[in-house]
Write a protein that binds this ligand. Structure first.
Ligand SMILES: C[S@@+](CC[C@H](N)C(=O)[O-])C[C@H]1O[C@@H](n2cnc3c(N)ncnc32)[C@H](O)[C@@H]1O
Length: 238
């Protein structure tokens, strides 16, 4: 299939050469959100050397491969049909990689056992665009993240058609389990930034899990105590 190359300049040396495809799904080209996120990683705001990184919906692999040139150990993931393009781009840029990078199939909503333990970072560029995939994507995020995982989600705010509604729904659902913080524009790369491309720094809500843990422990201790003393107290389930 015919290809055309997108060069992505790097502060630290030669540009990444990212092959794209003239035909195929939306993942066959480098989207602007990927450029913004890849260049944000280069600012050094997030330490990447020797960190475990997983990219979701990687497409051409631009973001994950950039992370690997910054010393991270990266798994770029996407659907089966993007694997060949991901492997071509990994091969084309392997001389620039100082960490490591491999490609794997990960379909949102499906089992993620092979990607455990939780990575240090999850990277996502332009993955909020398709209504049917919102819930599977959120499930994958919940299944993959640990308390210390930092999710960097970069998206282009679109005003056409169903896009605003999809975006609103995504953030509404996301906020049930995660805390979100917008990375200010002045922290993005000076050149690769745009008013309508946002980067969110997302973490699992700690309070909910701690509270659940606390109430589970309290229930367990109460059960033990009252069973031991052979008493039954109203309101305490034995
Ligand atoms: C708009 S493209 C963005 C590609 C790349 N991140 C970029 O910004 O250049 C969205 C990507 O999400 C992937 N994707 C869509 N639905 C998916 C699903 N259910 N599971 C895994 N990946 C999916 C597509 O294959 C595509 O590569």
């Amino acid at each position: 299939m015919a290809g055309f190359v997108r060069e992505l300049e790097r502060r630290g040396g030669p540009a990444l050469r990212l092959e794209q495809r003239a035909a195929g799904g939306v993942g066959c080209v480098v989207w602007d959100a990927a450029l913004v996120l890849a260049k944000f990683l280069e600012t050094g705001a997030c330490p990447l050397a020797r960190r475990h990184v997983l990219e979701l919906g990687a497409g051409t692999g631009a973001v994950g491969i950039m992370a690997a040139t910054l010393g991270a150990d990266v798994t770029v993931t996407d659907l089966e049909e993007l694997q060949e393009l991901l492997m071509v781009n990994i091969e084309n840029n392997k001389h620039l990689v100082t960490g490591s990078v491999r490609a794997k199939v990960l379909k949102w909503g499906e089992d993620v056992t092979e990607f455990q333990p939780p990575p240090d970072y999850i990277l996502m560029a332009d993955c909020i665009y398709y209504e049917e995939s919102l819930e599977p994507l959120l499930k994958t995020l919940k299944d993959l993240t640990g308390p210390d995982t930092c999710v960097l989600c970069c998206y282009e705010q679109r005003t056409m058609g169903k896009n605003p509604e999809i975006e609103r729904k995504y953030f509404e659902l996301l906020q049930l389990d995660f805390e979100l913080e917008k990375i200010p524009l002045d922290k993005h790369d000076e050149e690769y930034r745009s008013e309508d491309i946002h980067i969110m720094n997302i973490h699992r809500k700690q309070t909910v899990s701690l509270l659940n843990w606390h109430s589970e422990c309290c229930q367990e201790s109460a059960e033990l105590l009252f069973t031991w003393h052979g008493v039954s107290v109203p309101g305490v389930k034995l």
